[in-house]
Design a protein. Structure first.
Length: 218
């Protein structure tokens, strides 16, 4: 149903590059050729970001310039159609940079209130696209049990950590004993959200937790 909706929207509204907003030319798939060259890609070999309770945190792009604008369109301007491109780039990053076995993919969820307001969970859509590309199983394991302020509005890191402390829990009956998990979110800044989610997954028995985000703030 979601794919049909995306197709209908693409027919009504010509597809645009999520980063610069330009209408795509024929042959350009998801993003324009100019942005393909100019985006701030994180080079292979750049150390992964350290996030507590995570074995690593991987991202294909730095969170600045057009990437920031593209994520804003995705999250706040009904840009769910961009999940296919963003998730595909994340899947490629995972395949290129993570050589360890993986059992399943999950995501850091929105609260019920925010999901209802937005109409979709951006991290879930990314996780499902990563699963579609890689063939890995996508499993909902986490719930957000407390609505919080948007992390993007808070600074410094201590405020972000306090904001999400105790905000996540595993779904009832979740058993991850010995499982090697990929934890998906949209952007990593302080790492507070991913850390809290990873701690829950570890408590449910996860052997490893590797975070995967679309972009990473310096």
């Amino acid at each position: 149903m979601n794919r049909l909706l995306d197709l209908i929207l693409s027919l009504i509204y010509p597809p645009k590059c999520p980063f610069c907003g330009r209408v795509l030319n024929r042959g350009e798939d998801g993003l324009c050729s100019a942005c393909q060259r100019a985006l701030p890609w994180i080079e292979d070999g750049t150390p992964a970001k350290t996030v507590e309770h995570c074995d690593a945190c991987l991202s294909p792009l730095w969170y600045r310039d057009g990437v920031r604008q593209g994520m804003h369109r995705y999250k706040f301007q009904q840009g769910r159609v961009h999940a296919r491109l963003f998730g595909t780039l994340m899947a490629q990053c995972l395949q290129d940079r993570w050589r360890e076995p993986v059992d399943l993919i999950t995501w850091a969820p929105l609260s019920k209130q925010r999901r209802r307001r937005r109409g979709y969970d951006q991290a879930e859509l990314l996780a499902r696209q990563v699963g579609a590309v890689t063939g890995l199983r996508v499993v909902p394991t986490l719930v957000k049990i407390r609505n919080t302020k948007a992390q993007s509005r808070l600074s410094p890191s201590a405020s972000r950590l306090a904001n999400v402390q105790g905000a996540y829990a595993c779904r009832p009956g979740t058993d991850l004993a010995g499982k090697r998990v990929i934890l998906v979110d949209d952007v990593v800044t302080s790492g507070a959200t991913l850390s809290q989610c990873a701690a829950c997954l570890r408590a449910a028995g996860a052997q490893t937790v590797t975070a995967l985000t679309f972009a990473r703030a310096k």
